[in-house]
Write a protein that binds this ligand. Structure first.
Ligand code: SAM
Length: 257
């Protein structure tokens, strides 16, 4: 077995993270540059040190996951969610169950929370937010942001839900309370069921075709009938029927059966 394949096996048996389900060329390039930077000439010695050093392991995890996110990322799509998809879901179900899968630093679930808070002021909904990277989840829970990820937040939402304390913008506790952050691996976990909406954006592009195929099936199973999967703007599903979906709008897939 070659050095990188051996590394994939070792990481999987030690952590449950299966690097083989991520597109190889890109992943290998990212990890090789990190390994070289730390002075290891092969993956085998890098792994041996990684399992005894929390710092090396955290750094590895940070490099393999790409955490860039933004509030209202691709604003037109969020407008469709707010004006078309959610009103339709609310007609048939008064308590929506929502999941932000691969939520990164929190911009996506906080965007959901702002929109839901507007449409359902009673707070009668739930938002689960999960990510593979525990360190990133801690940042999401803290909820402090700088301008970079905030350019598309409508000004009334910014006024209402953030405090500018000089260091950056802090999400108010009322909004934080609407979200439950949890650790989770999309490529290994069993999923909860009966979701009305699953938002999974800008992570599936890193997965192999086989991994994506399995994930679409799993998402379909965990949505209730007429529930919706909302994907990223480069992540169109080409054969939604195969997974029991129909296209409700661009990048929104409604579960049929
Ligand atoms: C580019 S961010 C996307 C954030 C957000 N969904 C958005 O669209 O702005 C990708 C996130 O996927 C997470 N991720 C990568 N592999 C994952 C996996 N197997 N299970 C869960 N999350 C994963 C990373 O930790 C990272 O936070």
């Amino acid at each position: 077995m070659d050095d990188y394949q051996g590394f994939i096996e070792s990481v999987k048996s030690k952590t449950g993270i299966d690097l083989a389900l991520y597109k190889e060329a890109q992943m290998k390039r990212r990890l090789t540059s990190l390994r070289d930077k730390r002075g290891f000439s092969n993956f085998s010695s890098y792994f041996q040190s990684m399992i005894t050093s929390q710092e090396l392991f955290d750094e590895f995890l940070e490099r393999m996951t790409i955490n860039v996110s933004e509030f209202y990322r691709n604003p037109k799509r969020w407008e469709v969610l707010e004006t078309k998809i959610l009103p339709r879901l609310l007609q048939s179900n008064k308590r929506l169950k929502i999941w932000s899968a691969a939520c990164s630093t929190g911009e996506e679930p906080y965007t959901l929370a702002m929109i839901l808070n507007k449409l359902v002021p009673s707070g009668n909904f739930s938002i689960l937010a999960t990510d593979l990277d525990k360190a990133i989840l801690e940042r999401a829970k803290v909820g402090i942001y700088t301008d970079r990820s905030m350019k598309d937040i409508p000004s009334d939402m910014l006024q209402k839900h953030f405090i500018n304390d000089g260091m950056g913008y802090r999400v108010k506790d009322e909004l934080k309370r609407l979200i439950s952050f949890k650790h989770g691996n999309l490529l290994a976990d069993r999923f909860d069921t009966n979701f009305d909406l699953i938002v999974c954006r800008n992570v599936m592009i890193y997965f192999t075709e086989d991994a994506k195929h399995d994930l679409y099936h799993k998402f379909s199973k965990s949505l209730r009938i007429d529930g919706v999967l909302f994907v990223g703007s480069t992540e169109q599903i080409f054969n939604p029927n195969e997974y029991g979906f129909e296209t409700e709008d661009t990048f929104f897939y409604r579960k049929k059966m």
